[in-house]
Design a protein around this ligand. Structure first.
Ligand SMILES: Cc1cc2nc3c(=O)[nH]c(=O)nc-3n(C[C@H](O)[C@H](O)[C@H](O)COP(=O)(O)OP(=O)(O)OC[C@H]3O[C@@H](n4cnc5c(N)ncnc54)[C@H](O)[C@@H]3O)c2cc1C
Length: 389
């Protein structure tokens, strides 16, 4: 069978769904993407925008760190239009961070992340806003992505290969014939219409909502929606990404995004990704903690404050999610009586392409299609092409 014999519905147009749609369309499948809001309107459009080098996870989550560095180098090649390649500094703020540096450098070497200590004079020359009391700086190949451009680059390329993208279109039912999924029922939020869309396979790429969507088919996904607060200040205080050199914690990253700086983040478990209350003290902590690296943050009132939920994989007993890996997993729901239904979740925006590769490899195996993944090499269209259809 060839891929063009099959229609695959992808639910969700965040970074994961967008990358899955691209990979499917490139391998020749007929693809329809269904998104209940706008492209990137879930967690992807509200995250820290950090094109991870993986350095942040090198010590405590090497699997995710390896995924990040590998994808970082691929994305640099395939989507230059959506990225700012400004690198990052890991900053030792105090003696404890300095004592952590050898462990950190060894872990980066182990997972293949280029990491090099730079003289403090060089760090201050590049980043004059750094606190004069910092103890050390290590350069790593971080970057910054623009999340909407990130998704649109994948979707523009998917569209060029025949995919259809429907926004404001919410999946309300996974339709089954016996034990096999045969389509979805959708509700068009703009005009209240309902429709049944047939499918040979359905991919659930709904991030922190994937548990809810899986339930529509009577299935379970061990996803733990874990929220984080972000604060943006109306000044670009640093050119590079700045992280604190310690095990991942609260308020330890400053990301320059256009003419703003994004301060983040925190971590706590939430029941419903649509109802996240922002604790006031989290906003205060973002200022207090990031000011240890860049004291000037205190001079700016927030331009924006928001929260989003990470779709982390793990036990519902996890209290705040810091202990959960940032790796990803693809779930085949056939054993739960939903043949033709798969969920892809976990991961990061920075690892969306790899998540898509794993998912589409599974789709191909299940449908008996032989088609190699080519997304490592194929240059994506500009995000602008998405609107030029
Ligand atoms: C605070 C915070 C900071 C982060 N920072 C970074 C970072 O700097 N770098 C990084 O790489 N990653 C970061 N992440 C992780 C990253 O944001 C997520 O892993 C990623 O965005 C998940 O993408 P997704 O497409 O799986 O989910 P989402 O982006 O949430 O997309 C899921 C989509 O499904 C749609 N949907 C839900 N239900 C339905 C339905 N019934 N019908 C149709 N559509 C539906 C939603 O509207 C949504 O658009 C961060 C996460 C958080 C919370």
């Amino acid at each position: 069978m060839t891929a063009s014999n099959f229609h695959v519905v992808v639910i969700g147009a965040g970074s994961t769904g967008a990358a899955v749609a691209h990979d499917l369309a490139l391998r020749g499948f007929r693809v329809t993407v269904l998104e209940r809001g706008e492209v990137g309107s879930g967690t992807t459009g509200r995250n820290h925008c950090l094109l991870h080098s993986g350095a942040r996870y090198a010590v405590n989550d090497p699997t995710s760190a390896r995924e990040c560095i590998e994808e970082n180098f691929i994305l640099r090649r395939i989507m230059p239009d959506a990225l700012e390649l400004n690198d990052g500094y890991m900053i030792a703020v105090d003696e404890a961070d300095l004592a952590f540096m050898p462990t950190f450098l060894d872990a980066c070497a182990e997972v293949g992340i280029p990491a090099e200590e730079v003289p403090l004079s060089e760090a201050f020359a590049r980043e004059p806003s750094l606190s004069p009391t910092i103890k050390a700086a290590v350069r790593v190949p971080d970057g910054v992505f623009e999340p909407f451009r990130f998704c649109l680059s994948f979707l523009a390329t998917a569209q060029a290969n025949g995919a259809v993208v429907r926004t404001h279109c919410q999946v309300t039912e996974i339709v089954k014939r016996g034990n096999a999924v045969c389509g979805v029922k959708v509700y068009y939020r703009r005009d209240g219409r309902e429709e049944m869309i047939g499918a040979d396979m359905v991919v659930n790429a709904t991030g922190p909502w994937c548990g809810k969507v899986a339930h529509l088919a009577g299935c379970n996904v061990p996803v733990v929606p874990t929220a984080g607060v972000m604060v943006s200040v109306p000044a670009r205080l640093n050119r590079m990404v700045l992280h604190r050199m310690h095990l991942p914690g609260d308020g330890d990253i400053l990301v320059p995004q256009r003419l703003t700086t994004l301060l983040g983040t925190s971590s706590w478990r939430v029941e419903d990704p649509d109802a996240i209350d922002i604790p006031r003290e989290h906003v205060e902590r973002m200022y207090e903690l990031t000011a240890q690296m860049v004291p000037a943050v205190r001079h700016y009132k927030p331009r924006g404050v928001w929260a989003a939920a990470r779709p982390l994989i793990g036990s519902a007993r996890a209290a705040d999610g810091r202990a959960l890996s940032r790796t990803f997993e693809c779930f085949d729901h056939a054993r739960e009586g939903a043949e033709g239904f798969v969920t892809i979740t976990g991961g990061k925006t920075a690892t969306a392409r790899a998540m898509a590769e794993k998912t589409v490899d599974l789709v191909c195996r299940k449908l008996g299609v032989q088609a190699e993944c080519r997304t490592r090499e194929v240059m994506l269209r500009s995000y602008r092409a998405f609107y030029a259809r």
